[in-house]
Design a protein. Structure first.
Lengths: 327, 287
Protein backbone atom coordinates (compact mmCIF):
# COMPACT_ATOMS: atom_id res chain seq x y z
CA UNK A 1 0.00 0.00 0.00
CA UNK A 2 2.70 2.39 1.00
CA UNK A 3 4.67 1.26 -2.04
CA UNK A 4 1.74 2.05 -4.29
CA UNK A 5 1.17 5.53 -2.93
CA UNK A 6 4.89 6.17 -3.21
CA UNK A 7 4.75 5.11 -6.83
CA UNK A 8 1.79 7.41 -7.44
CA UNK A 9 3.66 10.23 -5.79
CA UNK A 10 6.61 9.71 -8.14
CA UNK A 11 4.17 9.66 -11.07
CA UNK A 12 2.69 12.95 -10.00
CA UNK A 13 6.21 14.23 -9.54
CA UNK A 14 7.20 13.16 -13.11
CA UNK A 15 4.07 14.74 -14.48
CA UNK A 16 4.87 17.98 -12.67
CA UNK A 17 8.42 17.85 -13.96
CA UNK A 18 7.13 17.16 -17.46
CA UNK A 19 4.72 20.08 -17.48
CA UNK A 20 7.47 22.27 -16.02
CA UNK A 21 9.66 21.18 -18.93
CA UNK A 22 6.88 21.98 -21.37
CA UNK A 23 6.29 25.43 -19.93
CA UNK A 24 10.03 25.98 -19.96
CA UNK A 25 10.20 25.02 -23.63
CA UNK A 26 7.31 27.38 -24.40
CA UNK A 27 9.06 30.30 -22.69
CA UNK A 28 12.31 29.54 -24.53
CA UNK A 29 10.44 29.32 -27.87
CA UNK A 30 8.67 32.67 -27.39
CA UNK A 31 11.96 34.19 -26.24
CA UNK A 32 13.69 32.91 -29.38
CA UNK A 33 10.94 34.34 -31.59
CA UNK A 34 11.18 37.70 -29.85
CA UNK A 35 14.98 37.79 -30.30
CA UNK A 36 15.00 36.27 -33.81
CA UNK A 37 15.00 39.51 -35.87
CA UNK A 38 18.43 40.27 -34.41
CA UNK A 39 19.81 37.26 -36.29
CA UNK A 40 17.51 36.59 -39.23
CA UNK A 41 15.97 38.57 -42.06
CA UNK A 42 12.65 39.99 -40.70
CA UNK A 43 10.64 39.44 -43.92
CA UNK A 44 11.62 35.77 -43.87
CA UNK A 45 10.57 35.46 -40.23
CA UNK A 46 7.27 37.20 -40.84
CA UNK A 47 6.55 34.93 -43.81
CA UNK A 48 7.33 31.98 -41.59
CA UNK A 49 4.97 33.18 -38.86
CA UNK A 50 2.14 33.78 -41.35
CA UNK A 51 2.47 30.31 -42.83
CA UNK A 52 2.83 28.73 -39.40
CA UNK A 53 -0.46 30.32 -38.33
CA UNK A 54 -2.03 29.25 -41.63
CA UNK A 55 -0.91 25.65 -41.10
CA UNK A 56 -2.14 25.63 -37.48
CA UNK A 57 -5.53 26.92 -38.58
CA UNK A 58 -5.66 24.25 -41.26
CA UNK A 59 -4.68 21.61 -38.73
CA UNK A 60 -7.65 22.63 -36.61
CA UNK A 61 -9.75 21.04 -39.33
CA UNK A 62 -7.56 18.11 -40.44
CA UNK A 63 -5.99 17.20 -37.13
CA UNK A 64 -8.81 17.84 -34.70
CA UNK A 65 -11.90 17.24 -36.80
CA UNK A 66 -10.53 14.77 -39.34
CA UNK A 67 -11.62 16.82 -42.37
CA UNK A 68 -9.10 17.21 -45.20
CA UNK A 69 -9.76 20.50 -46.96
CA UNK A 70 -8.04 20.86 -50.31
CA UNK A 71 -9.25 24.42 -50.77
CA UNK A 72 -7.82 26.39 -47.87
CA UNK A 73 -6.02 28.75 -50.23
CA UNK A 74 -9.45 30.29 -50.82
CA UNK A 75 -9.51 31.67 -47.29
CA UNK A 76 -5.82 32.56 -47.18
CA UNK A 77 -5.70 34.30 -50.55
CA UNK A 78 -9.24 35.63 -50.24
CA UNK A 79 -8.43 37.36 -46.95
CA UNK A 80 -5.22 38.73 -48.48
CA UNK A 81 -7.28 40.31 -51.27
CA UNK A 82 -9.90 41.72 -48.89
CA UNK A 83 -7.33 43.19 -46.52
CA UNK A 84 -5.23 44.61 -49.35
CA UNK A 85 -8.29 46.16 -50.99
CA UNK A 86 -9.63 47.63 -47.75
CA UNK A 87 -6.28 49.12 -46.74
CA UNK A 88 -5.37 50.44 -50.16
CA UNK A 89 -8.70 51.60 -51.64
CA UNK A 90 -10.69 52.46 -48.52
CA UNK A 91 -7.71 53.70 -46.51
CA UNK A 92 -8.62 51.91 -43.28
CA UNK A 93 -6.05 51.24 -40.54
CA UNK A 94 -4.19 47.89 -40.67
CA UNK A 95 -6.07 46.29 -37.77
CA UNK A 96 -9.44 47.12 -39.37
CA UNK A 97 -8.12 45.82 -42.71
CA UNK A 98 -7.14 42.53 -41.13
CA UNK A 99 -10.52 42.25 -39.40
CA UNK A 100 -12.21 42.78 -42.77
CA UNK A 101 -10.03 40.00 -44.19
CA UNK A 102 -11.00 37.70 -41.33
CA UNK A 103 -14.69 38.50 -41.77
CA UNK A 104 -14.49 37.84 -45.51
CA UNK A 105 -12.67 34.56 -44.99
CA UNK A 106 -15.25 33.47 -42.40
CA UNK A 107 -18.06 34.21 -44.84
CA UNK A 108 -16.29 32.24 -47.58
CA UNK A 109 -15.76 29.47 -45.04
CA UNK A 110 -19.46 29.44 -44.24
CA UNK A 111 -20.37 29.05 -47.93
CA UNK A 112 -17.71 26.47 -48.83
CA UNK A 113 -18.29 24.56 -45.60
CA UNK A 114 -22.04 24.50 -46.17
CA UNK A 115 -21.53 22.60 -49.43
CA UNK A 116 -18.54 20.50 -48.45
CA UNK A 117 -19.91 18.98 -45.23
CA UNK A 118 -22.69 17.38 -47.23
CA UNK A 119 -20.19 14.66 -48.15
CA UNK A 120 -17.45 12.89 -46.20
CA UNK A 121 -13.87 11.71 -46.57
CA UNK A 122 -12.32 12.01 -50.02
CA UNK A 123 -15.48 13.57 -51.46
CA UNK A 124 -15.06 16.38 -48.93
CA UNK A 125 -11.51 16.88 -50.20
CA UNK A 126 -12.62 16.91 -53.84
CA UNK A 127 -15.47 19.35 -53.20
CA UNK A 128 -13.26 21.81 -51.35
CA UNK A 129 -10.69 21.54 -54.15
CA UNK A 130 -13.32 22.22 -56.82
CA UNK A 131 -14.85 25.17 -54.94
CA UNK A 132 -11.35 26.52 -54.34
CA UNK A 133 -10.67 26.38 -58.07
CA UNK A 134 -13.97 28.15 -58.66
CA UNK A 135 -12.89 30.96 -56.34
CA UNK A 136 -9.57 31.10 -58.20
CA UNK A 137 -11.39 31.71 -61.48
CA UNK A 138 -13.55 34.31 -59.74
CA UNK A 139 -10.42 36.14 -58.57
CA UNK A 140 -8.96 35.89 -62.07
CA UNK A 141 -11.95 37.71 -63.54
CA UNK A 142 -13.22 39.98 -60.76
CA UNK A 143 -12.32 43.66 -61.08
CA UNK A 144 -11.09 44.44 -57.58
CA UNK A 145 -8.36 41.77 -57.64
CA UNK A 146 -6.75 43.24 -60.79
CA UNK A 147 -6.48 39.78 -62.39
CA UNK A 148 -2.95 38.65 -63.22
CA UNK A 149 -1.36 41.79 -61.73
CA UNK A 150 -2.85 41.38 -58.27
CA UNK A 151 -3.18 44.24 -55.79
CA UNK A 152 0.25 45.88 -55.69
CA UNK A 153 1.97 48.31 -53.28
CA UNK A 154 -0.42 47.88 -50.38
CA UNK A 155 0.41 50.43 -47.65
CA UNK A 156 1.20 48.99 -44.21
CA UNK A 157 -0.09 52.11 -42.50
CA UNK A 158 -0.15 52.95 -38.81
CA UNK A 159 -1.46 50.40 -36.32
CA UNK A 160 -4.38 51.98 -34.38
CA UNK A 161 -3.37 55.11 -36.26
CA UNK A 162 -0.29 55.46 -34.03
CA UNK A 163 2.41 52.78 -34.49
CA UNK A 164 4.21 53.05 -37.82
CA UNK A 165 4.29 49.58 -39.39
CA UNK A 166 6.74 50.68 -42.08
CA UNK A 167 9.36 50.25 -39.37
CA UNK A 168 10.48 46.62 -39.86
CA UNK A 169 10.85 46.07 -36.09
CA UNK A 170 7.34 47.36 -35.35
CA UNK A 171 5.93 45.22 -38.15
CA UNK A 172 7.74 42.14 -36.88
CA UNK A 173 6.44 42.45 -33.34
CA UNK A 174 2.97 43.15 -34.64
CA UNK A 175 3.08 39.92 -36.72
CA UNK A 176 4.49 38.01 -33.76
CA UNK A 177 1.68 39.30 -31.53
CA UNK A 178 -0.97 38.28 -34.06
CA UNK A 179 0.68 34.87 -34.39
CA UNK A 180 0.73 34.29 -30.62
CA UNK A 181 -2.88 35.43 -30.27
CA UNK A 182 -3.89 33.08 -33.10
CA UNK A 183 -2.10 30.12 -31.52
CA UNK A 184 -3.62 30.93 -28.12
CA UNK A 185 -7.10 30.97 -29.68
CA UNK A 186 -6.44 27.60 -31.32
CA UNK A 187 -5.10 26.13 -28.07
CA UNK A 188 -8.11 27.39 -26.14
CA UNK A 189 -10.46 26.14 -28.85
CA UNK A 190 -9.15 22.56 -29.01
CA UNK A 191 -9.20 22.27 -25.23
CA UNK A 192 -12.76 23.54 -24.95
CA UNK A 193 -15.83 21.26 -24.80
CA UNK A 194 -16.43 22.20 -28.44
CA UNK A 195 -12.96 20.91 -29.34
CA UNK A 196 -13.57 17.68 -27.42
CA UNK A 197 -16.74 17.05 -29.42
CA UNK A 198 -14.79 17.69 -32.63
CA UNK A 199 -12.28 15.03 -31.59
CA UNK A 200 -15.10 12.61 -30.91
CA UNK A 201 -16.44 13.27 -34.42
CA UNK A 202 -12.98 12.57 -35.82
CA UNK A 203 -12.75 9.30 -33.91
CA UNK A 204 -16.25 8.02 -34.57
CA UNK A 205 -18.76 10.14 -36.39
CA UNK A 206 -21.64 7.66 -36.12
CA UNK A 207 -21.25 7.43 -32.37
CA UNK A 208 -21.18 11.20 -32.01
CA UNK A 209 -24.44 11.35 -33.96
CA UNK A 210 -26.01 8.65 -31.80
CA UNK A 211 -25.00 10.59 -28.69
CA UNK A 212 -27.21 13.38 -29.94
CA UNK A 213 -24.65 15.86 -31.23
CA UNK A 214 -25.65 17.67 -34.41
CA UNK A 215 -22.44 16.70 -36.13
CA UNK A 216 -23.13 18.90 -39.15
CA UNK A 217 -23.28 22.07 -37.09
CA UNK A 218 -20.10 21.17 -35.24
CA UNK A 219 -18.29 20.46 -38.49
CA UNK A 220 -19.49 23.71 -39.99
CA UNK A 221 -18.44 25.56 -36.84
CA UNK A 222 -14.96 24.05 -37.04
CA UNK A 223 -14.77 24.86 -40.74
CA UNK A 224 -15.67 28.52 -40.23
CA UNK A 225 -13.29 28.79 -37.28
CA UNK A 226 -10.47 27.35 -39.35
CA UNK A 227 -11.31 29.64 -42.28
CA UNK A 228 -11.36 32.69 -40.00
CA UNK A 229 -7.93 31.95 -38.52
CA UNK A 230 -6.60 31.19 -41.99
CA UNK A 231 -7.96 34.58 -42.99
CA UNK A 232 -6.06 36.15 -40.11
CA UNK A 233 -2.84 34.69 -41.49
CA UNK A 234 -3.72 35.73 -45.05
CA UNK A 235 -4.59 39.29 -44.08
CA UNK A 236 -1.34 39.75 -42.18
CA UNK A 237 0.59 38.26 -45.09
CA UNK A 238 -0.88 40.87 -47.45
CA UNK A 239 0.49 43.60 -45.17
CA UNK A 240 3.89 41.93 -44.77
CA UNK A 241 4.53 41.55 -48.49
CA UNK A 242 2.39 44.57 -49.43
CA UNK A 243 0.66 42.70 -52.24
CA UNK A 244 -2.04 40.10 -52.85
CA UNK A 245 -1.87 37.91 -55.94
CA UNK A 246 -3.40 34.85 -57.56
CA UNK A 247 -0.61 32.65 -56.14
CA UNK A 248 -2.29 32.85 -52.74
CA UNK A 249 -5.61 31.45 -54.00
CA UNK A 250 -4.26 28.69 -56.28
CA UNK A 251 -4.57 24.98 -55.48
CA UNK A 252 -0.77 24.79 -55.10
CA UNK A 253 -1.13 26.92 -51.97
CA UNK A 254 -3.73 24.52 -50.60
CA UNK A 255 -1.30 21.68 -51.29
CA UNK A 256 1.53 23.53 -49.56
CA UNK A 257 -0.36 23.96 -46.32
CA UNK A 258 -1.29 20.27 -46.33
CA UNK A 259 2.39 19.43 -46.73
CA UNK A 260 3.40 21.69 -43.83
CA UNK A 261 0.85 20.04 -41.56
CA UNK A 262 1.64 16.51 -42.67
CA UNK A 263 5.39 17.02 -42.39
CA UNK A 264 5.19 18.58 -38.94
CA UNK A 265 2.54 16.30 -37.53
CA UNK A 266 -1.20 16.16 -38.06
CA UNK A 267 -3.16 16.73 -34.86
CA UNK A 268 -0.32 18.25 -32.83
CA UNK A 269 -0.34 21.89 -31.81
CA UNK A 270 3.24 22.71 -32.75
CA UNK A 271 3.68 20.22 -35.61
CA UNK A 272 2.33 22.59 -38.28
CA UNK A 273 4.65 25.35 -36.98
CA UNK A 274 7.66 23.07 -37.41
CA UNK A 275 6.40 21.93 -40.81
CA UNK A 276 5.83 25.51 -41.96
CA UNK A 277 9.32 26.44 -40.78
CA UNK A 278 10.90 23.63 -42.79
CA UNK A 279 8.88 24.25 -45.96
CA UNK A 280 9.39 28.02 -45.93
CA UNK A 281 13.13 27.58 -45.29
CA UNK A 282 13.34 25.07 -48.13
CA UNK A 283 11.53 27.43 -50.50
CA UNK A 284 13.79 30.28 -49.46
CA UNK A 285 16.84 28.12 -50.06
CA UNK A 286 15.67 26.90 -53.47
CA UNK A 287 14.38 30.30 -54.61
CA UNK A 288 17.82 31.26 -55.89
CA UNK A 289 18.39 28.05 -57.87
CA UNK A 290 16.35 27.13 -60.94
CA UNK A 291 15.52 23.71 -59.57
CA UNK A 292 11.73 23.55 -59.22
CA UNK A 293 10.40 23.36 -55.68
CA UNK A 294 7.48 21.16 -56.80
CA UNK A 295 9.73 18.13 -57.35
CA UNK A 296 11.08 18.31 -53.80
CA UNK A 297 7.62 19.06 -52.43
CA UNK A 298 6.20 16.01 -54.22
CA UNK A 299 8.95 13.70 -53.01
CA UNK A 300 8.62 14.93 -49.42
CA UNK A 301 4.87 14.36 -49.68
CA UNK A 302 5.32 10.75 -50.80
CA UNK A 303 8.03 10.09 -48.21
CA UNK A 304 5.84 11.48 -45.42
CA UNK A 305 2.88 9.32 -46.37
CA UNK A 306 4.97 6.18 -46.81
CA UNK A 307 7.48 6.52 -43.98
CA UNK A 308 6.35 8.82 -41.17
CA UNK A 309 2.66 9.54 -41.24
CA UNK A 310 2.75 11.02 -37.74
CA UNK A 311 5.07 13.77 -38.93
CA UNK A 312 8.25 14.97 -37.27
CA UNK A 313 6.62 16.23 -34.07
CA UNK A 314 4.22 13.28 -33.94
CA UNK A 315 7.10 10.81 -34.20
CA UNK A 316 8.96 12.71 -31.50
CA UNK A 317 5.95 12.55 -29.18
CA UNK A 318 5.67 8.82 -29.81
CA UNK A 319 9.38 8.24 -29.15
CA UNK A 320 10.80 7.37 -25.73
CA UNK A 321 12.20 10.82 -25.09
CA UNK A 322 8.91 12.43 -26.03
CA UNK A 323 6.98 10.16 -23.67
CA UNK A 324 9.42 10.94 -20.88
CA UNK A 325 8.79 14.64 -21.36
CA UNK A 326 5.10 13.94 -20.95
CA UNK A 327 3.79 14.69 -24.46
CA UNK B 1 -25.68 28.85 -85.43
CA UNK B 2 -22.15 28.09 -86.61
CA UNK B 3 -20.85 29.18 -83.20
CA UNK B 4 -23.39 27.02 -81.41
CA UNK B 5 -22.40 23.85 -83.25
CA UNK B 6 -18.72 24.73 -82.98
CA UNK B 7 -18.95 25.10 -79.20
CA UNK B 8 -21.10 21.98 -78.95
CA UNK B 9 -18.33 20.07 -80.72
CA UNK B 10 -15.69 21.48 -78.36
CA UNK B 11 -17.99 20.58 -75.48
CA UNK B 12 -18.32 17.06 -76.81
CA UNK B 13 -14.53 16.75 -77.12
CA UNK B 14 -13.95 18.07 -73.61
CA UNK B 15 -16.73 15.76 -72.48
CA UNK B 16 -14.90 12.82 -74.06
CA UNK B 17 -11.83 13.57 -71.97
CA UNK B 18 -13.91 14.12 -68.82
CA UNK B 19 -15.63 10.79 -69.46
CA UNK B 20 -12.40 8.85 -70.09
CA UNK B 21 -10.70 10.33 -67.04
CA UNK B 22 -13.60 10.04 -64.61
CA UNK B 23 -14.12 6.50 -65.83
CA UNK B 24 -10.52 5.67 -64.95
CA UNK B 25 -10.90 7.33 -61.55
CA UNK B 26 -14.07 5.36 -60.89
CA UNK B 27 -12.46 2.05 -61.89
CA UNK B 28 -9.46 2.66 -59.62
CA UNK B 29 -11.58 3.94 -56.74
CA UNK B 30 -14.02 1.05 -57.02
CA UNK B 31 -11.37 -1.52 -56.21
CA UNK B 32 -8.48 0.29 -54.53
CA UNK B 33 -10.46 2.87 -52.54
CA UNK B 34 -7.84 5.36 -53.66
CA UNK B 35 -8.60 8.65 -55.37
CA UNK B 36 -5.88 8.84 -57.95
CA UNK B 37 -4.72 12.46 -57.88
CA UNK B 38 -1.95 11.48 -60.31
CA UNK B 39 -4.58 10.83 -62.99
CA UNK B 40 -3.97 14.22 -64.58
CA UNK B 41 -0.22 13.63 -64.50
CA UNK B 42 -0.70 10.24 -66.16
CA UNK B 43 -2.82 11.88 -68.85
CA UNK B 44 0.00 14.38 -69.41
CA UNK B 45 2.53 11.52 -69.45
CA UNK B 46 0.54 9.81 -72.22
CA UNK B 47 0.72 12.92 -74.38
CA UNK B 48 4.40 13.43 -73.60
CA UNK B 49 5.35 9.82 -74.33
CA UNK B 50 3.62 10.14 -77.73
CA UNK B 51 5.49 13.39 -78.34
CA UNK B 52 8.86 11.91 -77.32
CA UNK B 53 8.29 8.74 -79.35
CA UNK B 54 7.78 10.87 -82.43
CA UNK B 55 10.69 13.15 -81.62
CA UNK B 56 13.35 10.59 -80.79
CA UNK B 57 12.20 7.25 -82.23
CA UNK B 58 10.14 8.38 -85.21
CA UNK B 59 7.18 6.38 -83.92
CA UNK B 60 4.00 8.00 -85.18
CA UNK B 61 0.54 8.62 -83.84
CA UNK B 62 -1.05 5.23 -84.52
CA UNK B 63 1.63 3.22 -82.77
CA UNK B 64 1.78 5.76 -79.95
CA UNK B 65 -1.94 5.29 -79.36
CA UNK B 66 -1.09 1.74 -78.22
CA UNK B 67 2.49 2.09 -76.96
CA UNK B 68 2.08 5.17 -74.76
CA UNK B 69 -0.80 3.74 -72.66
CA UNK B 70 1.15 0.50 -72.24
CA UNK B 71 4.25 2.34 -71.01
CA UNK B 72 2.27 4.54 -68.62
CA UNK B 73 0.24 1.52 -67.47
CA UNK B 74 3.44 -0.38 -66.67
CA UNK B 75 4.80 2.61 -64.77
CA UNK B 76 1.52 2.69 -62.86
CA UNK B 77 1.87 -1.02 -62.06
CA UNK B 78 5.37 -0.45 -60.64
CA UNK B 79 4.16 2.43 -58.49
CA UNK B 80 1.18 0.44 -57.23
CA UNK B 81 3.34 -2.60 -56.41
CA UNK B 82 6.14 -0.76 -54.66
CA UNK B 83 4.38 2.11 -52.91
CA UNK B 84 0.63 2.52 -53.24
CA UNK B 85 -0.12 -1.03 -52.09
CA UNK B 86 1.30 -0.18 -48.65
CA UNK B 87 -1.50 2.31 -48.05
CA UNK B 88 -4.59 0.15 -48.54
CA UNK B 89 -5.19 -0.49 -44.85
CA UNK B 90 -5.05 3.20 -43.98
CA UNK B 91 -7.52 6.04 -44.24
CA UNK B 92 -8.21 6.67 -47.98
CA UNK B 93 -7.01 10.23 -47.46
CA UNK B 94 -3.41 8.95 -47.39
CA UNK B 95 -3.86 7.49 -50.87
CA UNK B 96 -5.06 10.89 -52.06
CA UNK B 97 -2.09 12.64 -50.45
CA UNK B 98 0.40 10.12 -51.83
CA UNK B 99 -0.89 10.41 -55.39
CA UNK B 100 -0.95 14.21 -55.00
CA UNK B 101 2.77 14.07 -54.18
CA UNK B 102 3.30 11.75 -57.13
CA UNK B 103 1.51 14.20 -59.44
CA UNK B 104 3.63 17.10 -58.19
CA UNK B 105 6.83 15.11 -58.72
CA UNK B 106 5.95 13.99 -62.25
CA UNK B 107 4.75 17.43 -63.35
CA UNK B 108 7.66 19.21 -61.69
CA UNK B 109 10.13 16.92 -63.45
CA UNK B 110 8.61 17.48 -66.88
CA UNK B 111 8.40 21.18 -66.28
CA UNK B 112 12.06 21.22 -65.33
CA UNK B 113 13.06 19.26 -68.44
CA UNK B 114 10.75 20.77 -71.06
CA UNK B 115 9.64 24.16 -69.70
CA UNK B 116 6.09 25.29 -69.06
CA UNK B 117 5.23 26.16 -72.65
CA UNK B 118 3.40 23.75 -74.92
CA UNK B 119 4.81 21.67 -77.76
CA UNK B 120 2.71 21.15 -80.90
CA UNK B 121 1.85 17.61 -81.99
CA UNK B 122 0.45 17.28 -85.51
CA UNK B 123 -2.57 15.05 -86.13
CA UNK B 124 -1.83 12.02 -88.36
CA UNK B 125 -2.06 12.78 -92.13
CA UNK B 126 -4.99 10.38 -92.48
CA UNK B 127 -7.11 12.55 -90.20
CA UNK B 128 -5.95 16.02 -91.20
CA UNK B 129 -8.33 18.36 -92.98
CA UNK B 130 -12.03 18.50 -92.37
CA UNK B 131 -15.48 17.69 -93.67
CA UNK B 132 -18.26 20.11 -94.44
CA UNK B 133 -21.41 18.74 -92.85
CA UNK B 134 -23.64 21.46 -94.34
CA UNK B 135 -24.51 23.04 -91.00
CA UNK B 136 -20.91 23.16 -89.79
CA UNK B 137 -17.28 22.40 -90.63
CA UNK B 138 -15.99 19.34 -88.80
CA UNK B 139 -12.22 18.89 -88.47
CA UNK B 140 -11.71 15.16 -89.11
CA UNK B 141 -9.42 14.67 -86.14
CA UNK B 142 -12.01 16.04 -83.71
CA UNK B 143 -14.67 13.73 -85.10
CA UNK B 144 -12.25 10.84 -84.62
CA UNK B 145 -11.63 11.84 -80.98
CA UNK B 146 -15.34 11.80 -80.22
CA UNK B 147 -15.87 8.42 -81.87
CA UNK B 148 -12.84 6.64 -80.49
CA UNK B 149 -13.25 7.87 -76.93
CA UNK B 150 -16.86 6.76 -77.00
CA UNK B 151 -15.65 3.33 -78.14
CA UNK B 152 -12.99 3.24 -75.41
CA UNK B 153 -15.60 4.10 -72.77
CA UNK B 154 -17.97 1.41 -74.02
CA UNK B 155 -15.10 -1.08 -74.24
CA UNK B 156 -14.15 -0.48 -70.62
CA UNK B 157 -17.77 -0.75 -69.57
CA UNK B 158 -18.08 -4.09 -71.42
CA UNK B 159 -14.82 -5.32 -69.89
CA UNK B 160 -16.05 -4.63 -66.39
CA UNK B 161 -19.71 -5.52 -66.69
CA UNK B 162 -19.68 -8.43 -69.18
CA UNK B 163 -16.41 -10.37 -69.00
CA UNK B 164 -15.13 -12.92 -66.52
CA UNK B 165 -12.22 -10.67 -65.53
CA UNK B 166 -14.70 -7.89 -64.94
CA UNK B 167 -16.82 -10.12 -62.73
CA UNK B 168 -13.73 -10.84 -60.60
CA UNK B 169 -13.09 -7.11 -60.37
CA UNK B 170 -16.64 -6.39 -59.28
CA UNK B 171 -16.60 -9.25 -56.80
CA UNK B 172 -13.32 -8.02 -55.33
CA UNK B 173 -14.89 -4.57 -54.95
CA UNK B 174 -17.67 -6.08 -52.84
CA UNK B 175 -15.58 -8.41 -50.72
CA UNK B 176 -11.85 -8.83 -51.41
CA UNK B 177 -11.21 -11.32 -48.62
CA UNK B 178 -13.85 -13.74 -49.83
CA UNK B 179 -12.69 -13.48 -53.45
CA UNK B 180 -9.13 -14.22 -52.35
CA UNK B 181 -10.38 -17.24 -50.44
CA UNK B 182 -11.81 -18.53 -53.71
CA UNK B 183 -8.30 -18.59 -55.15
CA UNK B 184 -8.31 -15.35 -57.10
CA UNK B 185 -5.04 -13.41 -56.87
CA UNK B 186 -6.51 -10.16 -55.54
CA UNK B 187 -3.22 -8.22 -55.17
CA UNK B 188 -2.51 -8.90 -58.85
CA UNK B 189 -6.02 -7.76 -59.68
CA UNK B 190 -5.37 -4.51 -57.81
CA UNK B 191 -2.15 -3.92 -59.73
CA UNK B 192 -3.93 -4.63 -63.00
CA UNK B 193 -6.72 -2.21 -62.10
CA UNK B 194 -4.35 0.62 -61.31
CA UNK B 195 -2.42 -0.03 -64.52
CA UNK B 196 -5.68 -0.08 -66.47
CA UNK B 197 -6.75 3.25 -65.00
CA UNK B 198 -3.36 4.84 -65.65
CA UNK B 199 -3.37 3.43 -69.18
CA UNK B 200 -6.80 4.89 -69.87
CA UNK B 201 -5.59 8.30 -68.71
CA UNK B 202 -2.55 8.00 -70.98
CA UNK B 203 -4.80 6.98 -73.88
CA UNK B 204 -6.84 10.14 -73.33
CA UNK B 205 -3.56 12.04 -73.24
CA UNK B 206 -2.45 10.74 -76.65
CA UNK B 207 -5.88 11.59 -78.07
CA UNK B 208 -5.59 15.08 -76.62
CA UNK B 209 -2.06 15.76 -77.89
CA UNK B 210 -3.09 17.03 -81.36
CA UNK B 211 -6.12 18.95 -80.01
CA UNK B 212 -4.37 20.83 -77.23
CA UNK B 213 -0.64 21.37 -77.00
CA UNK B 214 1.58 18.90 -75.18
CA UNK B 215 2.55 20.69 -71.99
CA UNK B 216 3.60 19.58 -68.49
CA UNK B 217 0.64 21.40 -66.94
CA UNK B 218 -2.08 20.09 -69.26
CA UNK B 219 -3.32 17.57 -66.71
CA UNK B 220 -3.47 19.64 -63.55
CA UNK B 221 -6.37 21.94 -64.20
CA UNK B 222 -8.18 19.14 -65.99
CA UNK B 223 -8.02 16.79 -63.02
CA UNK B 224 -9.69 19.33 -60.74
CA UNK B 225 -12.60 19.62 -63.19
CA UNK B 226 -12.73 15.83 -63.40
CA UNK B 227 -12.97 15.67 -59.61
CA UNK B 228 -16.03 17.89 -59.83
CA UNK B 229 -17.42 15.57 -62.53
CA UNK B 230 -16.84 12.63 -60.20
CA UNK B 231 -18.62 14.39 -57.34
CA UNK B 232 -21.59 15.08 -59.64
CA UNK B 233 -21.76 11.55 -61.02
CA UNK B 234 -20.84 9.63 -57.92
CA UNK B 235 -18.25 6.89 -58.27
CA UNK B 236 -20.65 4.04 -57.74
CA UNK B 237 -21.29 3.33 -61.41
CA UNK B 238 -19.10 3.10 -64.51
CA UNK B 239 -21.89 4.15 -66.86
CA UNK B 240 -22.71 7.04 -64.54
CA UNK B 241 -19.16 8.34 -64.79
CA UNK B 242 -19.25 8.16 -68.60
CA UNK B 243 -22.65 9.87 -68.96
CA UNK B 244 -21.80 12.61 -66.46
CA UNK B 245 -18.52 13.32 -68.28
CA UNK B 246 -20.28 13.89 -71.61
CA UNK B 247 -23.18 15.84 -70.10
CA UNK B 248 -20.91 18.26 -68.25
CA UNK B 249 -18.67 18.71 -71.29
CA UNK B 250 -21.69 19.71 -73.36
CA UNK B 251 -23.02 21.95 -70.59
CA UNK B 252 -19.66 23.72 -70.56
CA UNK B 253 -19.74 24.13 -74.35
CA UNK B 254 -23.24 25.63 -74.25
CA UNK B 255 -22.22 28.05 -71.52
CA UNK B 256 -19.42 29.27 -73.79
CA UNK B 257 -22.04 30.28 -76.35
CA UNK B 258 -24.54 31.96 -74.06
CA UNK B 259 -22.48 33.29 -71.15
CA UNK B 260 -18.75 32.92 -71.87
CA UNK B 261 -17.62 34.55 -68.61
CA UNK B 262 -19.01 31.64 -66.61
CA UNK B 263 -17.67 28.82 -68.81
CA UNK B 264 -14.71 28.21 -66.48
CA UNK B 265 -16.87 27.69 -63.45
CA UNK B 266 -20.11 26.21 -64.80
CA UNK B 267 -19.11 22.65 -63.87
CA UNK B 268 -18.33 23.72 -60.32
CA UNK B 269 -21.69 25.51 -60.11
CA UNK B 270 -23.47 22.37 -61.33
CA UNK B 271 -21.55 20.42 -58.70
CA UNK B 272 -22.78 22.77 -55.98
CA UNK B 273 -26.39 22.46 -57.18
CA UNK B 274 -26.18 18.67 -57.29
CA UNK B 275 -24.76 18.67 -53.76
CA UNK B 276 -27.78 20.62 -52.61
CA UNK B 277 -30.37 18.45 -54.33
CA UNK B 278 -28.78 15.01 -54.39
CA UNK B 279 -25.75 14.92 -52.08
CA UNK B 280 -24.86 11.36 -53.11
CA UNK B 281 -24.42 12.40 -56.76
CA UNK B 282 -26.60 11.65 -59.78
CA UNK B 283 -25.60 7.99 -60.01
CA UNK B 284 -24.13 7.57 -56.54
CA UNK B 285 -25.00 4.73 -54.24
CA UNK B 286 -23.03 5.76 -51.18
CA UNK B 287 -24.62 8.27 -48.85
Amino acid sequence: MAELSEKMATNVQTERNASAVQIGLLVVAVGCLAAAPLFLYPIFLMKLLCFALFACAFNLLLGYTGLLSFGHATFFGGAAYFTAHAVKEWGVTPEIGILIGVAGASLLGLVVGFFAIRRQGIYFAMITLALGQMFYFFCLQAGFTHGEDGIQSVPRGHLFGVIDLNQPTNMYYFVLAVFLIGIAIIWRFINSPFGMILKSIRENEQRAISLGYSVRNYKLGAFVMSAALTGLAGGVKALVFQFATLTDVGWQMSGEVILMTLLGGIGTLIGPIVGAGLVVTLQNYLATSDFPVTIITGIVFMACVLLFRRGIVGEFYASKLGKKLGF
Amino acid sequence: MQALFGQLLIGLINGSFYALLSLGLAVIFGLLRVINFAHGAQYMLGAFVAFLLLQYAGIGYWAALIVAPVIVGLLGAVIERTMLSRLYNLDPLYGLLFTFGLALTIEGTFRYLYGASGQPYAPPPLLSGGTNLGFMFLPNYRGWVVVVSLLACLGTWLLIEKTKLGSYLRAATENPVLVQAFGVNVPLLLTFTYALGAGLAAFAGVLAAPVYQVSPLMGTNLIIVVFAVVVVGGMGSIMGAILTGYMLGIAEGLTKVFYPEASNIVIFVIMAIVLLLRPAGLFGRDA
